[in-house]
Design a binder for this molecule. Structure first.
Ligand SMILES: Cc1cc2nc3c(=O)[nH]c(=O)nc-3n(C[C@H](O)[C@H](O)[C@H](O)COP(=O)(O)OP(=O)(O)OC[C@H]3O[C@@H](n4cnc5c(N)ncnc54)[C@H](O)[C@@H]3O)c2cc1C
Length: 422
């Protein structure tokens, strides 16, 4: 197995994930500074996994062998104005990439709730924001370069038959070093928060702006907060809107927390990357003491899925800090939770108590089972593997592509063996 002589804490790769609920099993941790160094490392390793900014809540990034972070590689952002693309270093965080794109007059169509996450890690798990017409972050990828098990550097673009499998790749095809993203012209967003939206207004609210999030703590039937991120020239919403009332101070999605870590609200216009995330760089996103789960169900089943969860409302309320509903548009990426399906994404920020949360996760999964839920690959879930496989029409193709790309199982780990058995 590879040993670059820098293994151990001094490599700068932390021993745990962001939430602290996963301590890596890795025998060695690495942070190469050149692609050649990475290629040698991968070629010499029998078991290796890439790790990004460590924001996943499960063991998807874990390995018993070599854990490698790519944030030591040169932090390049190369804009191609003719093609309207940017080729970015895999370990860069979205916040860093977005600021550099905006300076040059460009934007990405959407962002997740936080700008702290790495591009490669977010794309690998189909991380998403919200918006009925916007795909998840992986849908901006038009090409990626990765180091395969034998240490080769391979570029795969949208003309390659393997592309729809490799993009939401769960780290199973190789170590991604660069991604090329499709750009749009930079744009401005105004963010408004309304309070106390009745459940009946859900569909109208979700369709009312560029990106909409509904928040509930499940203690009532409606939504405590609606966050609307609208293009700056859209007419501002009235103070009383769909039965909700405009907030007059900045809000945090988690009840009781101050609004300071959150992006600017109250309708003040600002660039896309300073409004589309909920949280600002330089602050702890979300509550910081938490676990998360998320299930993507067909958009058309939204009302029924929520009604099913009403049956376990009290159990959810006992362990949830906040629950967020978002919408994400369908795509063609085989392991994307949005594959061939517009989704309602039902997200739970749980308390940081795995023992208390696990039975409620099980109850939520049982309630959502009729809707063929697709779990967020990077969050806490325990669905039966057969149910996950059955929810993805191209599942077998994705697994076959993993075997073809990595016949010796260099990039495998326990979570992949359970959910994507070869
Ligand atoms: C506070 C908080 C808020 C969040 N908000 C959202 C949200 O709004 N929307 C959403 O969808 N998710 C959200 N997430 C989840 C998060 O976006 C995903 O877990 C995402 O994968 C994190 O990216 P990362 O760089 O930390 O990846 P990691 O957790 O480090 O890794 C995730 C996966 O990516 C793979 N990977 C990482 N780098 C590479 C690489 N270079 N090459 C190949 N594979 C690689 C890993 O092997 C692993 O399989 C949130 C998480 C937190 C902690």
């Amino acid at each position: 197995m590879a040993d670059d002589g820098r293994a151990g804490p001094d490599t700068g790769v932390p021993t745990r994930n962001w939430a602290g609920n996963v301590t890596w099993s890795a025998a060695r941790r690495h942070r190469p500074t050149t692609v050649d160094e990475l290629r040698e490392l991968v070629a010499a390793s029998r078991r290796i996994r890439a790790v990004g900014s460590r924001h996943s809540f499960n063991r998807l990034a874990d390995t018993t062998g070599d854990l490698v972070a790519v944030d030591g590689l040169p932090p390049t952002v190369e804009i191609d104005p003719v093609r309207g693309t940017a080729t970015v270093a895999a370990g860069l965080r979205y916040g860093e990439v977005a600021a550099r794109l905006h300076e040059q007059g460009y934007a990405l169509p959407n962002m997740a709730s936080l700008p702290h996450i790495s591009v490669a890690g977010a794309v690998a798990t189909a991380t998403h924001g919200s918006g009925e017409r916007h795909g998840n972050l992986a849908t901006s990828v038009v090409a990626l370069e990765l180091v395969t098990a034998d240490g080769d550097l391979v570029r795969v673009d949208a003309t390659d038959a393997r592309f729809p499998g490799l993009v939401v790749g769960l780290g199973a095809y190789g170590v991604v070093v660069r991604l090329t993203l499709a750009l749009v012209p930079t744009f401005e967003i105004r963010q408004y928060v309304h309070l106390d939206l009745p459940r009946e207004a859900m569909d109208e609210a979700l369709a009312s702006a560029y990106s909409v999030s509904l928040f509930t703590d499940w203690r009532g039937t409606g939504f405590d907060q609606v966050w609307r991120k609208q293009v700056a020239d859209q007419e501002p919403p009235p103070t009383r809107w769909l039965g909700a009332t405009a907030a007059d101070t900045p809000r945090h999605p988690v009840p009781g927390l101050p609004g300071d870590p959150c992006t600017v609200q109250l309708g003040v216009p600002g660039p896309w990357h300073e409004r589309l995330p909920h949280f600002r760089p330089g602050f702890t996103p979300s509550s910081g003491q938490e676990l998360q789960s998320e299930y993507h169900v067909p958009r058309t089943a939204a009302a029924e899925a929520l009604a099913a969860l009403d049956g376990v409302r009290d159990r959810i309320a006992a362990v949830v800090q906040i629950c967020e509903l978002r919408t994400v548009a369908a795509d063609r990426l085989w392991l994307s939770p949005q594959y061939d399906r517009d989704t309602l994404s039902i997200h739970f920020t749980w308390i940081a108590d795995a023992g208390a949360v696990a039975p409620v996760v099980a109850a939520v999964e049982e309630r959502l089972a009729p809707f063929a839920p697709r779990p967020h690959w990077g969050k806490v879930f325990d669905l039966p593997p057969a149910a996950v496989a059955a929810a993805y029409p191209r599942f077998a193709d994705a697994v076959a592509a993993m075997v073809a790309a990595d016949p010796t199982g260099t990039f495998r780990n326990d979570l992949l063996d359970r959910y994507l058995p070869r």
